[in-house]
Every structure is written in C-alpha cells, then in structure tokens.
Design a protein around this ligand. Sequence first.
Ligand code: NAP
Length: 192
Amino acid sequence: MTLFASVESSPVSLPHAPSKSLAQYVSKPSKYSLTHAAPSTTVTGTSSGLGKSLAEVVLHKGDIVVATLRKPSVLAPLTKQYPPTQLLLLPLDVTCPSDITAAFTRTQEVFGRLDVVFNNAGCTMTGEVESTADADARALFEVNFWGMVGVSRAAVKFFREVNPPGKGGILLQNSSMMSITGGAGIAFYSAR
Ligand SMILES: NC(=O)c1ccc[n+]([C@@H]2O[C@H](COP(=O)([O-])OP(=O)(O)OC[C@H]3O[C@@H](n4cnc5c(N)ncnc54)[C@H](OP(=O)(O)O)[C@@H]3O)[C@@H](O)[C@H]2O)c1
C-alpha cells in the first residue's frame, strides 16, 4: 500500500512500517481527526477485499465511514449493524465523474467534513503486452489511474474548500508492489 498525504498545514506523519496490521493504521483516531468528533473516512471499492475489510475495521472502531461502491446493495447488511450517523453507503463508479461529484456532495451534506479519503478501488489484468487489446488496457487505466485521479482531485477540493480552514485532510492511495518491482504478464497493472 502506498500512502501519500494531502495536508494543508501541519504535515501528518503516517506509520510506514509494513509489519503493522491494518487495524493499527486506524487505531489512533485522535491523530487523524480534524475535530474532536469521530474521524470520517471515505473508501472507494468497498464491495469486497481490502476496501470492505478496511471499512469494517473503521466502523468497528466507532469512526464514521462513507463506503462507496458500484452496487451499494452489496453492503446492505452493514446498514443493519451501524446507524446512518456512522455509515453512509454511496454509489460510486470511479470512472464516472458525475458519481464522484455526487458522492462528495452527499458527504458534505451529511457529515459536513471529511478527514480521510482512501483510494482503494482497482482491478487487475494479466497478459502479454503485445496480445492485450488497447481497449482492455485503456479500461484498466480508467479505473486504476484516472479513477484515482478523479477521486483525488475531489478529495483535495473537499479538504481545501469544505473542511475547516487550514485543516486539510489525508489522502491514501492503495497501489501495489508491482508498481515498484513490475512483474511478468502484469505490465499494464504495474504501470499504475
Ligand atoms: N490483493 C492484493 O494482494 C493487492 C496487493 C496490492 C494492491 N492491491 C490493490 O488493492 C485494491 C483492492 O484490491 P483487492 O485485492 O481487495 O481486490 P477486490 O476484492 O477485487 O476489490 C476491488 C474493489 O475495487 C472495486 N472496483 C473495481 N472497479 C471499480 C470501479 N470502476 N469503480 C469503483 N470500484 C471499482 C471492486 O468493486 P466491484 O465489486 O464493483 O467490481 C472492488 O470493490 C486494488 O486497488 C488492488 O489493485 C491488492
């Protein structure tokens, strides 16, 4: 997981030790919260895997989660466990600019602030470069690169214009070891 922070004033020092568990990363709410209220985190791609697990860990801690995913019905069971004051489910396909705008607008309406945005949504594709269709490679980039860019722009705008002046926010990007080392048969994913 690659982390990068967008902070307007005092930089936040994030833990980098890879041996730390996910729970440890989110176990210090006072450090990441912009206010004395529970920190609020937006996660993309929460239907499964890492995104779903992170949303569940943060909710379990008692913090606020804006869980975004292409089919919100997938997470309907969570709405029975957590109240709407703690969990907001929003439809968000990261390749759809209007979805991104709508999700951040709704977050502002409901919570009025946002401490952390976690760009998690992503997809994988394997195959030789020479035998991969352009359309397939471009579709991967629409999610893994441009989707991340779209959400990041909206996050930074929110941090600057909606959060209290000078507070900023934290922007996290879920990348891959493959982006550093590369790997056979996974060139387009690695180029992320
Ligand atoms: N697993 C690993 O070993 C590993 C290692 C390094 C990095 N990562 C990265 O971690 C992230 C999560 O991976 P995972 O292993 O947890 O896989 P996963 O279970 O397949 O999760 C991927 C998530 O991204 C969502 N997604 C895909 N396209 C989307 C789109 N256009 N808009 C919004 N959401 C979209 C999927 O939603 P749908 O259900 O709607 O498709 C799903 O919720 C990915 O970015 C992946 O590249 C994973």
